[in-house]
Design a binder for this molecule. Structure first.
Ligand SMILES: Nc1ncnc2c1ncn2[C@@H]1O[C@H](COP(=O)(O)OP(=O)(O)O)[C@@H](O)[C@H]1O
Ligand SMILES: O=C(O)C[C@@H](O)[C@H](O)C(=O)COP(=O)(O)O
Length: 336
């Protein structure tokens, strides 16, 4: 199966949702209570994906709302430097603040994120602020699930999806579930399924599909049976170090393995995976290669300190895959 994109559009991808700030613990292997220093990066899943895509050479744009202060300006300036178009990044005029994510790196396996998201600017993006003239310049609209958690951002995203579909822009839904931004499981499931049913491609972890379906311990075969009755043509289900699966409406199943690495922290995997997976799809490399690009990119990012700043280039990803797939490496790995 080949995913078809509208050709000759100025942007390969426009992401919609939050652009925030990550404050990543500079001291490793200790709890947040004892962490004294943090390094500042641009964060927020859809912003990370736009930055990652741009670093891979795609033309990326972003729709969102940022605070009218030093943090907002830091985000806009960084995204511009990374080549992301911020012409539709709106500056909040009502005093709302930028979301902050403090990360705790207790050990490579035990990381957590403490988010400050009270009254954040990104959730005040309004439906009237979505421009059809901007959206229709892109092949892809990437939607982040967290942007559905509150009005008016929820309606802004629903409006963007409607306009995207009207203009043959492929809708890609990255589930990006953050429990603390939602009121209840039922509410989450209502909006997640509403958007999933209209999307062309969905990316998420097994746990996130359980949230979408509002039932625990779901099975991939039930998930795809449900979603293929609707719009999606490609469904990706990620399972951490176990790797990931891609399913097509035509009945194909692809399994992608995770590439072992020296892990520094676990967050950032999903966003780097999404950028590189989509890059490979856009470049027509096929689903099998897209799974490799996604896994390689994630493996590179979990070995580094940030999510956005650590996004790899195409050369880094391709070199990484060559090394990991070489017979020499396999034999070393098996013996080790
Ligand atoms: N510890 C790890 N080492 C190497 N690759 C990893 C690791 N964790 C995740 N990955 C890669 O990142 C992908 C996405 O990770 P996952 O944890 O499932 O998503 P998310 O970060 O969205 O929760 C996985 O399919 C895998 O390829
Ligand atoms: O999405 C956020 O608001 C925080 C991110 O910037 C952070 O780097 C992160 O959690 C990324 O994790 P991922 O979803 O596993 O890629």
């Amino acid at each position: 199966m080949k995913v078809e994109f509208s050709k000759n559009r100025e942007f390969d991808i426009i992401a919609i949702g939050r652009a925030c700030i990550d404050l990543n613990a500079t001291e490793y292997n200790r709890p947040m209570e004892e962490t004294m220093t943090f390094t500042k990066y641009v964060g927020g899943s859809p912003a990370n994906i736009a930055i990652g895509s741009s670093k891979l050479g795609l033309n990326a744009g972003f729709i969102g709302k940022i605070s009218d202060d030093q943090h907002g300006r830091f985000i806009q300036q960084y995204m511009n430097r990374m080549g992301v178009d911020t012409s539709n990044l709106i500056i909040d005029k009502e005093g709302h603040k930028t979301g902050l994510a403090f990360t705790e790196i207790k050990s490579p396996e035990e990381c957590s994120i403490l988010m400050y998201r009270e009254d954040v600017a990104d959730l005040y993006l309004a439906p009237s602020e979505i421009r059809e003239s901007y959206l229709k310049r892109s092949s892809i609209l990437l939607v982040s699930g967290t942007a559905l958690s509150k009005s008016p951002s929820r309606e802004a995203v629903l409006n963007a999806i409607q306009l995207a579909k009207r203009n043959h822009v492929l809708v890609i839904f990255e589930l990006d579930y953050r429990p603390y931004t939602w009121k209840s499981r039922e509410e989450t499931s209502v909006y997640y399924s509403l958007v999933a049913e209209q999307s062309d491609v969905i990316l998420g972890t097994r746990d996130e599909y359980d949230i979408l379906e509002n039932k625990p311990n779901g099975k991939n075969k039930d998930t795809i049976q449900y979603l293929f009755q609707h719009s999606p043509g490609l469904i990706v289900i990620k399972q951490g170090v176990e790797g990931s699966f891609a399913y097509t409406r035509e009945g194909e199943t692809y399994k992608g393995k995770a590439y072992p690495t020296e892990v520094l922290k676990t967050f950032g995997a999903g966003d780097s995976y999404a950028s590189a997976f989509l890059y490979a799809l856009i470049k027509g490399k096929g689903i099998e290669s897209a799974l490799k690009y996604g896994s390689a990119s994630a493996s590179i990012v979990v070995s580094k300190h940030s999510s956005s700043d650590a996004m790899p280039t195409v050369q880094e990803i391709e070199q990484f895959i060559r090394e990991k797939e070489s017979p020499l490496n396999e034999s070393i790995h098996v013996k080790g």
